[in-house]
Ligand binder design. Structure first.
Ligand code: ZN
Ligand code: ZN
Length: 126
């Protein structure tokens, strides 16, 4: 005699009250005897309808997961684009400032004078 699964132990088949249940439907949890259990690649079911319900559910779940992954990918790409934009702006500002000071020695001189007390304070210039 086949050993009943722990989940169906002590239960009787819902369709055959005299038969010991050996398993439960993976979808509706109905106790099932050997005759009534419908074996599918991913488990045992009471009917095609129950199996289809689970299959549909799994398909939707996979779809949702794919959608979530796609969303996350787009989010990450957007974050990187934003970082790149800020980096370009930063480079343009630094480059522009350097170019300005390079082409305007008087401004560089003024800036150095303005910064001198500060540099002295932090000990970079004596
Ligand atoms: Zn079922
Ligand atoms: Zn049965």
């Amino acid at each position: 005699m086949e050993q009943p699964l722990p989940t169906a132990k002590g239960s009787k088949c819902l369709n055959h009250p005299d038969e010991e249940a050996v398993t439960r439907c993976k979808s509706c949890r109905k106790p099932l005897c050997v005759q009534c259990s419908l074996r599918k690649p991913d488990g045992t079911y009471c009917s095609e309808a129950c199996w289809n319900k689970v299959k549909q559910h799994q398909a939707r779940w996979a779809q949702d997961k794919a959608k979530a992954a796609e969303f996350e990918k787009n989010e990450a790409a957007a974050r990187w684009r934003a970082r790149l934009v800020w980096f370009v702006i930063f480079l343009a500002l630094v480059g522009g400032a350097a170019y300005y000071l390079h082409t305007h020695p008087a401004a560089l001189e003024k800036l150095t004078q303005a910064l001198a007390p500060l540099l002295k304070k932090i000990g970079l210039q004596r």
